[in-house]
Design a protein around this ligand. Structure first.
Ligand SMILES: [Zn+2]
Length: 306
């Protein structure tokens, strides 16, 4: 079927973006994310089997959702799944100023031996999800760790907020059938405002939160990945009966890797002469590839000391 340029343009306008929103009267704040070409770009660096591509897509959406929590420009959010005896050995994604990247290291033999769609447990084993916030201006680093439990990454993320942060939260992630579009929502209850002076565990009931949580739960996976549905319209569908829905920001998302020849040279330079000698190939090069984007950096050994 020939593609329709007008429809394609409309659809592209609703991909690779995040919107931040607030429901001031309900003390709720959230973010909606939908990824399209960015997903393809990140995934194309490796030849991932479908279940791995899917979990990485979900993780990238989650990373973009969590990036909303960063307060200052230049801050970085890193999501890392550390696993024990799972098919996946390592999953890393990060976000900085709208730029996303990520990769997965996994055992292809064990994945191939799976007879059905692997569960979160068979993918990660007894794993942990580490979420690290690096604020650029204050240089503050904060890390939260939660067990990778439940049936999905979204569930694990919800545990992260409700257990380690004491913030009632709702997280939904979706990937479409083709694997080319993924989306998600993060909704949080912040009765004490952005800074959350008083921790929430002192309060037992949150009627205003229950109300918006129930509304947000009506969101369907098909809506999250529908490129014909602008995120603003989706927001309106969910919360149109609310007193006020405030759109705080619209952030274009892109694939960004921060690997560079200078960085790779710096890393190689830290090795001793004997170690470098072992890494060098017949042509006198040490070849290092970036795990995020598969870009290859051949470094000439003779240039290193120059
Ligand atoms: Zn790279």
């Amino acid at each position: 079927m020939a593609s329709d340029p007008v429809n394609d343009a409309v659809a592209a306008a609703n991909l690779d973006e995040a919107i931040g929103f607030a429901l001031p009267a309900r003390n709720a704040r959230g973010r909606l994310v939908r990824l399209g070409p960015v997903l393809d770009e990140v995934l194309s660096a490796h030849d991932y089997p479908a279940p791995i591509a899917r979990i990485l897509s979900e993780a990238l959406v989650m990373t973009a959702l969590l990036g909303a929590v960063l307060k200052d420009a230049g801050g970085q959010l890193t999501l890392q799944a550390q696993t024990e005896a799972g098919i996946i050995d390592l999953l890393v994604c990060d976000y900085r100023e709208g730029e996303l990247r990520g990769y997965v290291r996994f055992d292809s033999g064990r994945l191939a031996a799976e007879t059905s769609l692997p569960s979160l447990f068979s993918l990660f084993g007894k794993g942990y999800l580490a979420i690290t916030f690096d604020q650029a201006v204050t240089k503050e680093r904060y890390q939260g760790i939660v067990p990778l439990e439940g049936s999905s990454l979204a569930e694990a993320a919800q545990h992260f907020f409700s257990q380690s942060e004491q913030i009632p939260s709702l997280v939904r992630l979706a990937v479409n059938d083709t694997g080319h579009i993924a989306g998600g929502i993060l909704l949080q209850h912040l009765p004490e405002g952005e800074e959350g002076r008083e921790r929430l565990h002192t309060r037992l009931d949150h009627p205003e939160w229950e109300h918006v949580r129930i509304l947000a739960e009506t969101i369907r996976a098909a809506e999250l990945v529908d490129s014909a549905l602008p995120l603003e319209n989706l927001l309106w569908r969910l919360f149109h009966e609310e007193e006020e829905v405030r759109i705080l920001s619209t952030i274009p998302l892109s694939k960004g890797c921060r690997c560079s020849l200078e960085y790779v040279r710096e890393v190689i330079a830290r090795f001793g002469p004997e170690e470098r000698e072992q890494m060098v190939d017949d042509d006198g090069f040490i070849s290092v590839d970036c795990e995020f984007c598969s870009r290859l950096f051949p470094i000439k050994l003779s240039d290193l000391d120059a």
